[in-house]
Write a protein that binds this ligand. Structure first.
Ligand code: NAP
Ligand code: G4F
Length: 349
């Protein structure tokens, strides 16, 4: 019989790629989505899985809907990807972020504990836990020093995963995911903000790109490869927590330069910084060491930094070209506000 998987947050970047990956492996895939006044299924359409998954409405803040989702799907594996995933917004909505990203995970653990079922649980944990890094590169043993309400909420989830594993023998794994990007990345995040803007600038639709802290460094990988690691972690004999990263770090400025080079434009003509976009507290350097994941499960990153930037710029240029030709297709950018008003609230005082 086909294995069953439940993905919370199936409408997000990772949810869409993971759904495709699991369907290709022969799984029956269920996914939770949030009811909203306008549908948000464009990533599931882009990965051509929309007609193949079973969608269940649920909110991480609502125990009843999560219980319903788990009961209805009766999964062998749960991938908990749903989150308020934007670090910047967690400074504006710290309590909501804690409710969704922290308590939301505990709700799932409690449901599994009460149902007494052999459900394997993957938690999308994060390199943000390292915050002000205590050593470089960061490994499974590096102490955590979170720098945002988002990271604190994810830290609570991380520890509850460990506690429920040890106390109740639940197969619960934390993937300590470093940044991973793709053409399905949300426009809030710096990589996609850059590639979408570069595409618009190239096509004469925009004339500047305004950024915050361009010296921040991240270990950026390619999202479709990271969802493979999620699945691998649940196929182990014993549950554990593993770092998923490329082992390379690059600054935001390097990403900008690489992106503009793909369209043969000089970034200095278009990029400016605005201190309103600098977070009250930022994470300046992330560099992961994926040795344990490589050695135990054979996972390794394949797409390089340069290739990743190229994939994202190419996708955004193609989308805007199709749009300019009058084609209508599901995609996030046309309805995204390009003025900066929505991101000015969490200013450093
Ligand atoms: P994403 O694109 O922002 O997707 C987040 C998903 O969570 C979306 O489906 C979203 O639904 C859903 N969601 C948000 N609030 C919810 C709520 N209250 N109840 C139910 N669902 C809710 O994020 P992603 O990049 O795919 O990341 C997946 C997970 O990995 C997240 O937990 C993130 O924190 C974690 N992570 C990501 C990275 C990375 O670099 N991408 C690195 C480390 C960890 P809507 O579509 O309705 O908004
Ligand atoms: O793209 P970002 O918003 O991603 P961030 O904060 O690293 O978080 C992402 O990765 C985490 C894993 O490490 C995930 F847990 C989390 O869910 C999310 O997926 O920002 C990257 C860097 C930051 O230092 C930020 O200050 O880019 C800097 N930055 C500079 N200008 C900007 C901008 N970030 C955004 N979003 N927008 C800017 O204009």
């Amino acid at each position: 019989m086909a294995k069953k998987a439940l993905i919370t947050g199936i409408t997000g970047q990772d949810g869409a790629y993971l759904a495709k990956f699991l369907l290709d492996k022969g799984y029956k895939v269920f996914g939770t989505f949030r009811r909203s006044s306008t549908p948000n299924f464009w990533r599931l359409q882009a990965t051509e899985v929309f007609e193949k998954v079973t969608l269940i409405p649920a909110d991480m803040a609502d125990m009843a809907s999560l219980l319903e989702a788990i009961t209805v799907s009766d999964p062998d594996e749960i991938y908990n990807l749903a989150a308020q995933s934007y670090v910047g917004a967690s400074f504006d909505q710290p309590l909501l972020t804690s409710e969704i990203d922290g308590s939301g995970t505990t709700r799932i653990l409690e449901i599994i504990r009460h149902l007494k079922k052999d459900i394997k649980l993957y938690q999308a944990s994060t390199s943000e836990l390292f915050g002000t890094v205590q050593e470089t590169p960061q490994t499974e043993k590096t102490p955590f020093m979170p720098n945002s309400p988002y990271a604190v909420a994810k830290l609570a989830a991380f520890h509850n995963m460990r506690i429920y594993r040890e106390a109740y023998n639940i197969f619960a794994c934390n993937g300590i995911l470093f940044n991973h990007e793709s053409p399905l990345r949300g426009l809030d995040f710096v990589t996609r903000k850059i590639t979408n803007s570069v595409a618009r600038i190239k096509l004469g639709l925009q004339n500047e790109l305004v950024l915050g802290n361009t010296s921040a460094k991240r270990d950026w990988g390619y999202a479709p490869e990271y969802v493979e690691a999620m699945w691998m972690m649940l196929q182990q004999d014993k549950p554990n927590d593993l770092v998923c990263a490329t082992g390379e770090t690059h600054s935001v400025l390097e990403f900008v330069n690489e992106a503009f080079s793909h369209v043969n434009l000089n970034p200095e003509d278009y990029v400016r910084t605005d201190e309103m976009l600098i977070r009250p507290k930022d994470v300046n350097l992330l560099l992961g060491d994926p040795t344990k994941l490589k050695e135990s499960l054979g996972w390794k990153p394949r797409v390089t930094f340069k290739e990743l930037v190229g994939i994202m710029v190419k996708a955004d240029v193609e989308r805007w070209e199709r749009c300019l030709k009058g084609e209508i297709f599901p995609w996030d950018a046309p309805s995204f506000p390009h003025n900066m008003d929505i991101v000015k609230r969490h200013k450093k005082s």
